[in-house]
Design a protein around this ligand. Structure first.
Ligand SMILES: Cc1cc2nc3c(=O)[nH]c(=O)nc-3n(C[C@H](O)[C@H](O)[C@H](O)COP(=O)(O)OP(=O)(O)OC[C@H]3O[C@@H](n4cnc5c(N)ncnc54)[C@H](O)[C@@H]3O)c2cc1C
Length: 363
């Protein structure tokens, strides 16, 4: 911890991935995470092929952690029934509390210092690098700073946000019948994903359009909202037992945000994960982007590149998945039956769209 090379703010997948690679390479890493213990986060928990590949490269195996395998995707039709297709890869559903804890354990094992339960309050440019002030007053200093704080940034280094962002909501449930597919459930004012989670639980997670957040204040209201969208949702959610006191929510989600450095951006501040890009939920691979971005930023630091060069290259890499996911989310919201029609009648085109919204790592 004395004189670290790199400070990382945030211990989600992006920050943890960067910490593992850097610490493995012998660099002095201090990662600060404000949550004292693993906790659930608003997330559909869907791990696609790229996320799984990154996790395994980082020493974390979703199957060994009890993740639920998912081989199919389905979407409810407004008029009744559903359209199903085989996924082009085997996916997993894994609670975030389990996955994030395993990643931070791997970072500790690699030699990183993890400061848990400590929030970074401020960041300042100092000669030779960056200084962080923690909530209880400690000051940390290093030549490089990785910002991995997720959807909300540090006051000193703000990130563009949507004036009227979407709200994410999540509820763990037990369903009356077991579920095997990731199932998209559109409803007026948003859409949800329902999929198996670890153990006998399922995860219901929704993206709520601006103005719809109040519907997710309690479990009954949230379930009623999603169930109202389709006959399939009503059937799947009938008799569902919430396993959380109330839905977790996060406001101000700026779907479509893709970071671009302003002229004169600091060459020593790396943005990764949701600090760099926020892809529409269930239509892209937020966790793969976070994991792969953290790993790529670490490689960039090890190669002696600047953050601005990394940001420009990473932006080019993500531009196509972001564009396609944006169009797909528009169709899902406005014309859910057209979306279902593509899955039912042109499954190879649907699989191609799924592939084109991934980060696409080299095999
Ligand atoms: C509704 C919804 C559904 C989604 N579903 C999926 C899905 O099914 N599959 C998928 O791949 N992606 C999904 N995503 C996206 C995915 O959750 C994110 O892309 C991913 O969590 C980003 O990881 P991250 O490490 O950037 O941020 P986070 O996971 O948010 O981690 C950031 C960390 O920083 C910490 N932190 C923040 N501020 C400070 C501070 N000041 N000091 C110290 N620590 C701090 C936080 O406590 C947190 O642990 C979904 C997102 C939403 C909103």
């Amino acid at each position: 911890m004395d004189d670290p090379d790199i400070l990382i703010v945030g211990g989600g997948p992006a920050g943890a991935a960067a910490a593992i690679i850097l610490a493995h390479s012998g660099r002095g890493v201090v990662l600060v995470e404000r949550e004292p213990a693993p906790r659930e986060k608003v997330c559909g928990e869907f791990l696609g092929a790229d996320a799984i590949q990154c996790l395994r490269a980082l020493g974390v195996d979703p199957a060994a952690l009890g993740g639920a395998p998912i081989a199919e995707a389905s979407i409810a039709r407004r008029g009744g029934g559903e359209a199903r297709m085989a996924l082009p890869f085997l996916a997993f559903g894994l609670p975030r509390a389990i996955m994030d804890a395993a990643l931070l354990d791997a970072a500790t094992a690699a030699g990183a210092t993890i400061l848990r339960g400590q929030a970074v309050r401020d960041a300042a440019r100092v000669p030779g690098g960056w200084s962080l002030r923690l909530a209880e007053g400690t000051l940390l200093q290093a030549p490089h700073l990785i910002l991995a704080t997720g959807k909300h940034g540090l006051r000193a280094l703000p990130r563009a946000t949507a004036a009227e962002g979407w709200t994410g909501a999540k509820l763990h449930l037990t369903l009356r019948a077991p579920l095997s597919a990731v199932t998209l459930l559109p409803f007026a004012g948003g859409y949800a994903g329902l999929q198996p989670s670890a153990g006998d639980e399922a995860n219901l997670c929704a993206a709520l359009a601006p103005g719809q957040a109040a519907a997710a204040r309690d479990a009954a209201g949230f379930l009623a909202l999603v169930a109202s969208g389709s006959g399939l949702a009503g059937t799947l959610l009938e008799g569902a037992e919430p396993r959380m006191a109330r839905p977790l929510t996060i406001a101000g989600v700026p779907y479509g945000f893709l970071h671009r450095d302003p002229v004169g951006a600091d060459p020593d501040v790396w943005r990764v994960g949701d600090q760099f890009a926020v892809i529409p939920s269930f239509l892209g691979d937020g966790m793969a982007m976070a994991l792969a971005g953290g790993m790529a930023a670490a490689s960039s630091i090890l190669a002696g590149q600047s953050a601005t060069a990394f940001h420009a290259a990473w932006r080019r890499r993500l531009a196509t998945p972001m564009r396609i996911a944006h169009v797909a989310s528009h169709v899902l919201r406005r014309r859910p039956d057209l979306f279902a029609g593509v899955i039912a009648h042109a499954p190879s085109m649907a699989r191609q769209i799924v592939r084109r919204t991934r980060v696409r790592l080299p095999a």
